[in-house]
Design a protein around this ligand. Structure first.
Ligand code: ADP
Length: 396
């Protein structure tokens, strides 16, 4: 069975075609600049050179058409005909409270996803466009929606209710949802496999540290808390997002800087985080380089980032009454030994002891804690696409 995994952003469409008989990726790629000048598809068939197809793409449907043609192309394709695509799995960012698991997409599901647009105005509309494009171009192929919020639906009320008037939750669904759920779920399961223990017998803290970053506390196989909230703005300091701040700052800066709602949103989502502090970049590689050269604000940005992650780990260990394993994943978590070491620094008192030598790895699944460390520290490259493909296979 071949499954096409689709992840649509506002001007992008990422895809992977996976052969589920051996979970091998047959081809993958990225269509970018959809709807603007210079649109193109970078297509990489397994074992062959990547190709770049430059063509105008006015919308996601045109982009998908080009992707499907690339997949069946006699030279750089991966399959002979579209009939070899047996199902499509879609990443959907927000599933609200309706979806605690992946689902087969039908009319009711589409309506429920549309209801969640209000909660994720930037993310759900392109996800919907991707689903609709597939429906038009492959009307008979079954489709599954996999939600970023689903894995976190096990959070208890005491974790997801904000200390705000309760009616706001009832009227507008204002509560904590959490994101990156597919990634947290994948790495937590891999951790239990690597440690040869049932996830139900483990207390795990998963740290998804990429441009967007979040931490999750998983006890007994269930998420009991996670750092992102109603939107992916809450929690850690991120590439360009502020994470937790005193909420009073929002109205204060709106007043002082003469910002409207859009301006305030932009400031908190696009100009803050480590970019805001350092003034250098949102990319941790640039910031690490600047810090090494003595840039004080770059060093400060890294310190703030590390502090926040450490603070969440401490809080989650307290909430779970201990921790058995810490997992690092995503761009930074997988590739930055410095960040992992910094985060674990000072956490020896709860039994976290990182091994500097073992920790000197990038993008590899491995244990990086000392042999006698009470808490296992693992690096696990995330694989959200495989997770989506597995759920899709299960449901169709
Ligand atoms: P997202 O999916 O949220 O866009 P990723 O998980 O791809 O983000 O992570 C991207 C970030 O990972 C980059 O901004 C970069 O800062 C960081 N990163 C990637 N490779 C390295 C590396 N070798 N060293 C330090 N940071 C890295």
């Amino acid at each position: 069975m071949n499954i096409l995994v689709i992840n649509c952003g506002s001007s992008s469409l990422k895809y992977q075609l996976i052969d589920m008989s051996n979970e091998e990726v047959l081809a993958k790629g990225l269509s970018e600049r959809i709807g603007i000048e210079g649109s193109r598809v970078k297509h990489k068939p397994a074992g062959k050179e990547a190709v770049v197809i430059e063509k105008p793409m006015e919308d996601h449907k045109v982009a998908l058409e080009i992707v499907l043609n690339a997949l069946v192309d006699p030279n750089h394709g991966a399959i002979k005909s579209m009939d070899e695509i047996n199902a499509v799995g879609h990443r959907v960012v927000h599933g609200g409270e309706k979806f605690a698991n992946s689902v087969k997409i039908d009319e009711d599901v589409m309506n429920a996803v549309k209801d969640c647009i209000e909660l994720a105005p930037l993310h759900n509309p392109p996800n919907i466009m991707g689903i609709e494009a597939c429906k038009e171009l492959m009307p008979n192929v079954p489709m599954v929606g996999v939600f970023d919020t689903a894995f976190h639906q096990t959070m208890p009320e005491s974790s997801y209710i904000y200390p705000l008037p309760y009616e706001l939750y009832e009227k507008h669904g204002i509560r904590r949802y959490g994101f990156h759920g597919t990634s947290h779920k994948y790495v937590a399961n891999r951790a239990s496999e690597m440690l040869n223990k049932d996830l139900k017998d483990l207390k795990v803290i998963t740290c998804h540290l990429g441009n967007g970053a979040s931490v999750a506390a998983i006890d007994n196989g269930k998420v009991i808390d996670t750092s992102m909230g109603l939107t992916p703005l809450e929690g850690l300091a991120m590439g360009t997002r502020s994470g937790d701040i005193d909420p009073a700052i929002v109205t204060f800066i709106m007043d002082k800087e003469g910002l409207d709602i859009d301006g305030a949103n932009k400031l908190l989502n696009k100009k803050s985080g480590v970019l805001g502090i350092s003034g250098v970049s949102s990319d941790f590689r640039d910031i690490e380089e600047a810090a090494e050269k003595g840039n004080k604000r770059a060093k400060l940005a890294l310190d703030v980032f590390g502090n926040r992650v450490r603070k969440y780990i401490g809080a989650y260990a307290a909430m779970m009454g201990g921790v058995d394993a810490i997992v690092f994943t995503a761009g930074l978590g997988e590739n930055s030994p410095e960040t992992r070491e910094d985060v674990c620094k000072g956490l020896e008192f709860i039994g976290i002891e990182i091994d500097t030598e073992k920790n000197n790895v990038r993008g590899k699944e491995t244990v990086v804690s000392k042999d006698n460390s009470k808490v296992e520290v693992l690096v696990i490259p995330t694989n959200e696409e495989l997770m989506i493909a597995r759920d899709t296979k299960k449901l169709v």
